[in-house]
Design a binder for this molecule. Structure first.
Ligand SMILES: Cc1ncc(COP(=O)(O)O)c(C=O)c1O
Length: 365
C-alpha cells in the first residue's frame, strides 16, 4: 500500500479500518449473498443499517429523542435553499452570519425565498475571524439565525454558538462529530458527510420538533412544497421517499461506530484540539509562516496559512506531496496552504507535517 497522509478538505480521509470493512461489504454484506450496493433499500438488512446509523448519530452527537434525523442527498449546498424554503415565509426575517464562502452561499439562497439579511460579516478582513458570541445582534423579528460552525476554506471556527435567544440553524459540514455540541440549542443542523461522517452523497439533517411543525405551517402558506424538498415528506418516509444513498449511509454508520470506538466526542475533541494546537504552535514559532485565522477564531479542522515569501508556496506543496503529505494546497479561491485535520487523519500525519515544515524552513528560511 502507498497511502499518503491525506490533508484533503473533503472528501477527506476515512479511517483505514472502516475502508477495510467497506471493501468486504462491497462484495458480500452480512448474510445477503450480495454486496451492500446491490440490495434493496426496502430489505431488512438495509433497514437495520439505516436504524443503526440513526441510533449511532443520536448517541454520538447527543441528539434529543424528539429530533428527526434525516439522510438526504444534494449536499449541504441544497440545504442552503431547502432550509429557508421549508422554514421561512417570503416575509420572514432570516438572519445570516457571513463567515466565508459557504456562509454567503447559504445567505444568497435564503434571499430568494425569505427576507434574508447579513447581520455580521468578516468579509472586509478576508474572513479571518468569526464573531464573538456576544457580537451577534439579530433583528428583533428574526425567525432564526444561521451560522457556519467551521469555515472550511478560511480555517476559522466558532468556539461557541451565537449568544442570542433566537432560534439557531447551523451548517456543521466541516466540524460535525469533532467535538461535543449542544444539539438541543439548535433547531436545524445540517452537514454534508464527506469530511467527518463518510463519503460524499449523504447529507445529515437534524430537525427539532418545532422545526418539523413549522414546515407544516410554511408548506400550507406557500401552497405546498415539492415532495423531494419537503422535510415532512422525508421525515414521514424515514429518509426513504425515494432511493437513498444506501452505500453512503452504510459507510456513515461504520464511521460513527469507529467514533464510538474512539471513546466518543469528548475523546475525539481532546485528540483533535491537542494536535491542532501543536500545528499552530509550529506556525507561530517564526515569521517564516503566516497563519490566516485570528488566534481566537482558529479552526481545529482546517488550518490555513501562507508563507512570508509567497514564491516558495508552490515548492512547499510540491515537496510535501513528494514526502507523502498530500492535498496541502489552499482552496482555489484563496490560495496558500490548508491542512485539513479531520477525525480520521492519524496523529502521526500532523507530526510528520510539523517535521516537514521545520525541515523546509531550515532549507529555505
Ligand atoms: C462548511 C461547508 N458548507 C457547505 C459545503 C458545501 O457542501 P456540499 O459540497 O456537500 O454541497 C462545504 C463544502 O466543502 C462546506 O465546507
Amino acid at each position: 500500500m502507498s497511502r499518503a497522509y491525506n490533508f484533503s478538505a473533503g472528501p477527506g480521509t476515512l479511517p483505514e479500518s472502516v475502508l477495510v470493512e467497506l471493501q468486504a461489504a462491497l462484495l458480500e454484506f452480512s448474510t445477503c449473498r450480495a454486496g451492500i450496493m446491490e440490495i434493496s433499500h426496502r430489505s431488512q438488512p438495509f433497514e437495520d443499517v439505516l436504524q443503526s446509523a440513526k441510533a449511532r448519530m443520536r448517541r454520538v452527537l447527543g441528539v434529543p429523542d424528539d429530533y428527526a434525523i434525516l439522510f438526504l442527498q444534494g449536499g449541504a449546498s441544497l440545504q442552503f435553499y431547502q432550509v429557508p424554503l421549508n422554514l421561512a415565509l417570503p416575509t420572514d426575517a432570516t438572519d445570516y452570519i457571513d463567515t466565508g464562502t459557504w456562509a454567503s452561499k447559504a445567505y444568497a439562497e435564503a434571499k430568494t425565498v425569505s427576507d434574508a439579511k447579513v447581520i455580521w460579516s468578516s468579509k472586509a478582513t478576508t474572513y479571518d475571524r468569526v464573531p464573538a458570541p456576544m457580537d451577534v445582534k439579530p433583528r428583533e423579528a428574526a425567525a432564526f439565525v444561521h451560522y457556519t460552525t467551521n469555515n472550511t476554506i478560511y480555517g476559522t471556527q466558532c468556539a461557541a454558538p451565537p449568544a442570542t435567544d433566537k432560534r439557531l440553524f447551523a451548517d456543521m459540514s466541516s466540524d460535525i462529530a469533532s467535538r461535543p455540541i449542544d444539539v438541543a440549542r439548535h433547531d436545524v443542523i445540517y452537514a454534508g458527510a464527506q469530511k467527518n461522517l463518510g463519503p460524499s452523497g449523504v447529507t445529515a439533517v437534524l430537525l427539532s420538533p418545532w422545526a418539523l411543525a413549522r414546515v407544516a405551517e410554511v408548506k400550507a402558506a406557500r401552497g405546498g412544497l415539492p415532495s423531494m424538498l419537503d422535510y415532512t415528506v422525508a421525515a414521514a418516509n424515514d429518509s426513504m421517499y425515494n432511493t437513498p444513498n444506501t452505500f453512503g449511509i452504510f459507510a456513515l454508520e461504520r464511521v460513527l461506530a469507529w467514533v464510538e470506538g474512539q471513546g466518543g466526542l469528548p475523546a475525539v475533541a481532546q485528540r483533535i484540539s491537542g494536535r491542532a494546537a501543536r500545528l499552530y504552535a509550529a506556525l507561530d514559532a517564526s515569521d517564516f509562516w503566516k497563519p490566516h485565522a485570528q488566534p481566537d477564531s482558529r479552526s481545529s479542522m482546517n488550518v490555513t496559512f501562507r508563507l512570508k515569501n509567497g514564491d516558495l508556496e508552490g515548492a512547499f506543496i510540491k515537496e510535501a506531496h513528494a514526502a507523502g503529505l498530500m492535498e496541502l494546497k489552499g482552496h482555489r479561491s484563496v490560495g496558500g496552504m490548508r491542512a485539513s485535520l479531520y477525525n480520521a487523519l492519524p496523529d502521526e500525519a500532523v507530526d510528520a507535517l510539523i517535521a516537514f515544515m521545520g525541515e523546509f524552513e531550515r532549507r529555505n528560511g
